[in-house]
Design a protein around this ligand. Structure first.
Ligand code: NDP
Length: 453
């Protein structure tokens, strides 16, 4: 509990940015007794809630009905005149985003956090100027401004969109080109493809999803191609031209031009540090433009902290939330806490999804040497019945004689749901024998994890 009757500052804590990390930090600091204010220039909730993970997952659900309706016939259902209405789904999703925006705002208000719906800029290390003209002071300042899509500097880039705009399209494009081969590219490729848009992914390298296990990346590529998604690798973006017919002609290295109706840039995200006046407070930036922090999320300035994507540690919502919580507990809860970045599970909500925790096979062989890999390459029962030739692949990476599990990687239906529980076991340092000793749940896909030979 912070007791600050004589504080010379307007607030004990001022948070810039009301995304996942900023909201958690504000709420917890306020619960510890701090007088908290937060500034947000867009909408409360940030990328994840307003234009990221949450609406994206809703679109993934909506898109998957395309396959479910097709498969349903093999299960005896007659589905006549099925059709898809993009505007209906879009508006349902945006309606739910409004609801969540309201809930996040209520959370802050219920904790007596003062909300400023405007930009904040540093005047000095304790003073901020708000875009409405007001100046406020705070003992501690937390920067939680997140990141934004990187758009390549090329002629005609203004004709392209990013994931921010993808949720608001007036209509579905007939043909879309997605630049990038990471999370957003593969997730939106799956979504648009299921809706019937022709999708081409172009990527500068010859690999998708850097950081994920090679076998899973290959499997996703193979299945995506089977579903009709086109890929062009080693294709560096050159530019976009608008044709007389109103289409977009995209040029790239090593490949012919391609004509599409929409270009989506999914080429990584940049920390939001511009226009914050960081130079006025002396906050140091790293090589990638990120705010440099220590393990307690403190910057080089004693009273200024930063959490979430703006620090470019691990760009994942649950990590930002943990960083926000740890910051508030450390600074206002008298409980120094740092986040463990070891064994963070993650997932790509592609069609089918991928999930992973711990080391990939390649990393384990490089770092540990003595590695054993167990594989299960199987066709889920539902796919067999549906006549869908799509196989799942689970991989378990074990170390040394006692076969401690150092990584689990999966591609297949519901793999993120299954992975969350498996990640507990990997984080806890369990062994292959611990998995083997657990009775299978039959019939399920998850049972493959305890039946690997
Ligand atoms: P990613 O880092 O996943 O992928 C970026 C892709 O763009 C890579 O294929 C990369 O190629 C390519 N690229 C990077 N820079 C350039 C450039 N200058 N020119 C051309 N291509 C480039 O980024 P995303 O934009 O897909 O997503 C951003 C982050 O958001 C992710 O890293 C992730 O942390 C988070 N996210 C998480 C999700 C989830 O948890 N399910 C969903 C969506 C986003 P190369 O491989 O050659 O570097």
């Amino acid at each position: 509990m912070t007791d600050t009757p004589d504080s010379p500052y307007d607030f004990d804590l001022f948070v810039i940015g009301a995304g996942s990390g900023g909201v958690r930090a504000s709420r917890v600091a306020a619960a510890h007794g701090a007088r908290v204010a937060i500034a947000e220039e867009h909408r409360i909730g940030g990328t994840c809630v307003i234009r990221g993970c949450v609406p994206k997952k809703m679109l993934v659900y909506g898109a998957h009905f395309a396959e479910d309706l097709e498969d349903a016939q093999q299960f005896g259902w007659t589905v006549e005149n099925a059709s898809f209405d993009w505007k209906k789904l879009r508006d349902t999703v945006l309606g739910d985003v409004d609801r969540l925006n309201g809930l996040y705002t209520n959370t802050l208000e219920n904790h007596d956090v003062t909300i400023f719906h405007e930009r904040a800029e540093f005047v000095d290390e304790h003073t901020l100027k708000l875009s409405g003209g007001k100046t406020v002071t705070a003992d501690t300042i937390l920067i939680a401004t997140g990141a934004r899509p990187r758009v390549p500097e090329c002629p005609g880039h203004e004709f392209g969109i990013t994931s921010n705009e993808a949720f608001h399209l007036d209509e579905l494009p007939k043909r879309i080109l997605i630049a990038g081969g990471g999370y957003i590219a593969n997730e939106f490729a799956g979504i648009f493809n299921e809706f019937g848009t022709h999708v081409t992914i172009i990527n500068r390298s010859d690999k998708l999803l850097r950081g994920y296990d090679e076998s899973l990346r290959d499997r996703l590529l193979q299945i995506s191609m089977m579903k009709g998604i086109d890929f062009r690798f080693n294709a560096e973006f050159r530019g976009i031209e608008k044709t007389e017919e109103g289409c977009l002609r995209v040029s790239m290295t090593n490949h012919e031009d391609i004509e599409v109706d929409c270009v989506l840039f999914a080429t990584g995200r940049l920390p939001n540090v511009e226009g914050l006046g960081l130079e006025n407070a002396g906050v140091e930036l790293g090589d990638r433009g990120e705010i440099v922090v220590d393990r307690f999320s403190k910057t080089n300035v004693e009273n200024i902290y930063a959490v979430g994507d703006v620090t470019d540690r691990v760009q994942l919502t649950p990590v930002a939330i943990r960083e926000g919580q740890a910051f508030a507990d450390t600074v206002f809860g008298n409980k120094p806490t740092s986040v463990s970045y070891d064994c963070i599970p993650s997932a790509v909500f592609s069609h089918p999804p991928i999930a992973g925790v711990g080391m990939t096979e390649g990393e384990a062989r490089n770092k540990l040497g003595d590695v054993k890999v167990y594989l299960s390459d199987f066709r889920p029962m539902k796919n067999v019945l549906a006549g869908r030739n799509e196989r799942g692949l689970y991989k378990m990476i074990c170390e040394g004689n006692n076969e401690k599990i150092v990584g689990i990687h999966m591609i297949g239906p519901d793999s993120p749901e299954i992975m969350q529980a498996a990640a507990v076991a990997v984080k806890a340092g369990l062994t292959k024998a611990d998995f083997d000793a657990t009775v299978a749940i039959h019939p399920s896909m998850a049972e493959e994890l305890v039946l690997m030979k």
